[in-house]
Ligand binder design. Structure first.
Ligand code: C2E
Ligand code: MG
Ligand code: MG
Length: 581
């Protein structure tokens, strides 16, 4: 029973791989129809060629013999179609037909003096040559195609099915709705072999590993039905089918792990390997093949980090979070090390659309040039204590640029920079501010520091001293994302800020109902009572602008009048604003 199942599993795999390149199959019925048509036309050729009768057409007698050629042509067409569509069987049948017709035609000529058959013999010979040529050309093309097919689905080093073949198989299983597990298996310490013994030793190791994995799969050591593929390099893929539960998958994976534990000897040197295995189940963990593979890689990366204490790990969303955070952390550290963090400037305007200033926003790209949004890297940087460095880089670069712009254009625009609460509370923060002001020549009265509202909840007493010192330098203070932090009004009253920034979430909702609008109006009024100017963030729609004008907002920042832009574009904006003023 088990053997039967194993054979059917292998057959599915083979079939899937071969079907990738298989030509369209023609039906058996067509084969017999062509044979029947050929025999029919052959009989008619014989009958009409011997007949003396005629039919009357338009008053003219037309002898049956004169339409022999039509049936002969139909017969030849059937022969050609048999060879083209049905390859070897078609060729063999056609050969038989043609060869069989020779003796009867010869007999006709010799015995009966039926010289009309000479033309038939000549045609048959030509047809025979033609079908032989068609058949041999087709066969050569098919062989070349088969070679290509094998190359396309096979890893040239190990001889295992390759990445493409495994994705096609997974796609086929998913399309059938079959539940299956996928494990990615990576050899630990393989790089060491390549580095110390050279690539040919490395290749020998990979071939041996491939051999052992395939042997384990083929000899049905496991309870499941498995397919082994190479993913390139020291990575292998296992597709596991027909398991009853997750324990069975684990058992299977442990068996594959075990077959690698025995020593591998190459060039007289013994190597011992172990594997890191990450696995996931379709469709439980992911409902597309690509997502499933990403899950297995995530789980394997976690195994490799070694924190899980296991060699075999199933994907979970928690692992994905850890891996994502680690990836972002790595990118932040690289960007800080290479000094590739940069900034964009988003313009701020008064309600008459006059430029009033810019907010500097941190930007980061990874090594491949892909942008990572602040929403992703700022929280990670905050959690890891890297935010101080980001704030500092953005502040230094933006102040350097803006200080120069002020000196060149005499603009009165203000530069706002974001400072995290954590950064602000650090002892050296004030020294850092002074140092940047000095080195960049940025006038403090044109600088604004944005601090999120959370400062008034967690750390107001400690922060107040620092904020007062900042103010003494002549720098303005803005409370960012106001309204999101549930701070108490009494704190707000005591807070030495200059500007309230109403959070985008309130502006988004503002025009959906009257109470949301009244809420924003109330924030603006309270801000004014407490002597703050008020700016609304994230204004995108003209109707939001109208409402904000009606309820007395002072400034706006939003895509409606300006998205974050490169410093050069900000410079042009400043210059054109100054010209038109
Ligand atoms: P934020 O300080 O409140 O900055 C405003 C954010 O709103 C920016 O997002 C800006 O692009 C976005 N925004 C402005 N107007 C619109 C609009 O009309 N529609 C939409 N959809 N979005 C708008 P960004 O650049 O993604 O920054 C997100 C947050 O990351 C910032 O919010 C800030 O809290 C933080 N951040 C950015 N740069 C720094 C930095 O250098 N240091 C620190 N500590 N935090 C930063
Ligand atoms: Mg801000
Ligand atoms: Mg904000």
């Amino acid at each position: 029973m088990k053997k039967e199942k194993s054979d059917s599993s292998r057959a599915t795999i083979e079939k899937t791989l071969h079907e990738l390149f298989e030509n369209v199959r023609f039906s058996k019925l067509g084969f017999f129809v062509l044979i029947f048509l050929y025999i029919g036309s052959y009989v008619l050729v014989v009958l009409t060629s011997h007949s003396e009768a005629a039919i009357m057409l338009g008053g003219q007698p037309i002898p049956y013999r004169s339409i022999t050629g039509v049936f002969s042509a139909i017969g030849n067409l059937c022969i050609v179609l048999l060879v083209v569509l049905y390859k070897k069987p078609g060729f063999l049948v056609s050969m038989c037909f043609l060869l069989v017709s020779f003796p009867s035609a010869l007999t006709g000529i010799i015995k009966n003096g039926n010289y009309i058959s000479i033309a038939g013999i000549f045609t048959n010979m030509l047809t025979l040559i033609a079908i032989y040529m068609i058949y041999s050309t087709n066969t050569k093309a098919e062989k070349a195609q088969a070679r290509l097919r094998d190359q396309a689905v096979t890893d040239s080093l190990t001889g295992l099915p390759n990445r493409f073949a495994s994705s096609e198989l997974m796609g086929a299983l998913a399309a059938k709705g079959e539940k299956f597990a996928v494990a990615v298996l990576n050899l630990k310490n393989f790089k060491g072999v390549n580095n110390t013994m050279g690539h040919s030793a490395g290749n020998a190791v990979l071939k041996e590993v491939a051999f052992r994995l395939k042997k384990a799969a083929d000899s049905r050591q496991t309870n499941t039905h498995d397919f082994v593929a190479s993913q390139g390099g020291d990575e292998f893929l296992l597709i596991i089918r027909d398991f009853r539960n997750n324990d069975e998958i684990l058992e299977t994976l442990e068996q594959y792990e075990n077959v690698l534990k025995d020593r591998i000897t190459v060039d007289g040197c013994d190597f011992f390997f172990s594997a890191s295995i990450g696995w996931a189940v379709y469709p439980e963990d992911a409902d597309t093949v690509d997502a499933l593979l990403a899950c297995t890689s995530t789980a394997m990366a976690e195994v490799k980090r070694g924190d899980s204490g296991s060699h075999i790990l199933r994907y979970t969303p928690e692992i994905a979070n850890i891996e994502h955070t680690l990836e972002i952390e790595r990118k932040i550290r690289t960007a800080l090390e290479n000094d590739t963090l940069f900034f964009e400037l988003q313009p701020q305007f008064d309600m008459k659309h006059q430029l009033s200033g810019f907010e500097a926003l941190a930007r980061m790209k990874d090594e491949d040039g892909n942008c990572i949004v602040p929403g992703e890297f700022i929280p990670v940087a905050e959690e890891l204590g890297l935010i101080d460095q980001i704030d500092y880089v953005v502040f230094r670069k933006a102040a350097g640029f803006f200080g120069k712009l002020i000196r060149e254009t005499n603009t009165k625009s203000v530069l706002s920079v974001n400072v995290s609460v954590r950064h602000l509370m650090r002892n050296g923060f004030l020294d850092e501010l002074r140092e940047v002001l000095k080195s960049t020549g940025m006038p403090p009265e044109q600088l604004e520091v944005e601090i999120t509202e959370s400062i008034m909840i967690d750390s107001v007493d400690k922060a107040l001293d620092c904020i007062n010192e900042i103010k003494k330098l002549g720098i303005k203070i803005a409370i960012d994302d106001f309204g999101t932090g549930y701070s108490s009004l009494s704190y707000l009253n005591d807070f030495p800020a200059d500007m309230l920034k109403v959070d985008k979430s309130f502006i988004d909702r503002m025009n959906t109902n009257d109470s949301s609008k009244q809420y924003v109006a109330a924030i603006i009024s309270i801000g004014h009572v407490m002597n703050f100017t008020v700016i609304s963030e994230g204004v995108e729609q003209p109707d939001q602008l109208d409402t904000l004008r009606n309820i007395g907002c002072d400034y706006i920042q939003g895509f409606i009048w300006g998205r974050p832009m490169a410093p050069d574009d900000a410079e042009n904006l400043v210059k054109s604003a100054m010209k038109s003023a």
